[in-house]
Design a protein around this ligand. Sequence first.
Ligand SMILES: Cc1ncc(COP(=O)(O)O)c(C=O)c1O
Ligand SMILES: [Zn+2]
Length: 424
Amino acid sequence: MSTPSSVLSAPTAVREGAFGHAVHLVCRECRATQPLGPSYACQECFGPLEIGYEFPEVTRAQIEAGPKNIWRYQALLPVPADITGSPNMEPGFTRLLKADNLARELGIRKLWVKDDSGNPTHSFKDRVVAIALSAARELGMTVFACPSTGNLANAVAAAGARAGMKTVVFIPHDLETPKVVTSAVYTDSLVAVKGNYDDVNRLASEIAGEEEGWAFVNVNVRPYYAEGSKTLGYEVAEQLGWRLPRQVVIPVASGSQLTKVDKGFSELVQLGLVDDAPYTIFGAQAEGCSPVSQAFKAGHDVVRPVKPDTIAKSLAIGNPADGPYVLDVARRTGGAVEDVTDEEVREGIRLLARTEGVFAETAGGVTVAVLKKLVETGRLDPDEETVVFNTGDGLKTLDAIADRVGPAATIEPSYAAFMRTGLA
Ligand SMILES: Cc1ncc(COP(=O)(O)O)c(C=O)c1O
Ligand SMILES: [Zn+2]
């Protein structure tokens, strides 16, 4: 095995407090630690790294007095105390909607939708990118970049523009047009690669190894980036009145988000900000790209890569970096990873829209459809409080349902014509 070049890079001098209360990088496999820096692979075993902290005492009141965005959790993130002073997209604190209509339709007693389509570029990716941007700045990196299935491209391009950084974004060539346009509008350096996401990701890793000073948010600054998803867990708990939900259903592509919501919940318990209570985490995939769900069902610990073929392109990662950790979390918390067909994804989008007025992108359709399937198959307890995540906006994936919805009638502008429709 060749040594990842990131492991060899010399520690960069960083200013005091650059990473807040983070103290080191920790290997998720062997727990070896190394200094904070632009590394993402363990020097001992090449396992992936995550951030370790020495948290100060943090109170609910301190958090509640903070800004209405993710920086209210600054003390729990690898960012400096003065983070709000540098230009960023200020994501987070999105709506937690009580979903009584959807709950009734599915036969669930208490259901909430965490609606992350309300972020600045309309997906949860603004959260992770905000942390990656801070890390890139503090590490003195000069180019802000990513391989993306679409939403990350939007978020990186916008945040890079606002930060005034050179930004280069790589996407698969066959992405949905709205996702291409909503990335390209922010940057002149959008690169469409003739391959699928896994090819784009490999190319990004190669460039990261060759070029100095490039911050690929989800590759060489991934330990920092990933921490942004903890804020979804923090917010849900805070918005529920400082308690953990009993069950959550979360979409899975690389699997990073799901594992960090779990980390967020356990940190809140560790800090005494919520009571220690059991929770169950379910993962959601599309059948046409379901390597984690397949491994879960087969009882495997490893995830066999697949070639994606699904309308849920934002979740189309065939070789998910965090797949095995998703399996751990689902099994440890008594959850599951399930998948649904593209037809069920379309129905999931429609179901959420017509019951709650929330227009999800395909990833949200996957998650709602998996929620429905979990209830129908008796694996999700309908009597326990449940939160389902909508992580992106339906306006970005219009094609998924464009031929399913439309005007009920096209009429002349007269009362008589309207009456003939039977809609009065
Ligand atoms: C809308 C949306 N939801 C969920 C995910 C899954 O995120 P992760 O790769 O952290 O599993 C993605 C990933 O691109 C996404 O775009
Ligand atoms: Zn290790």
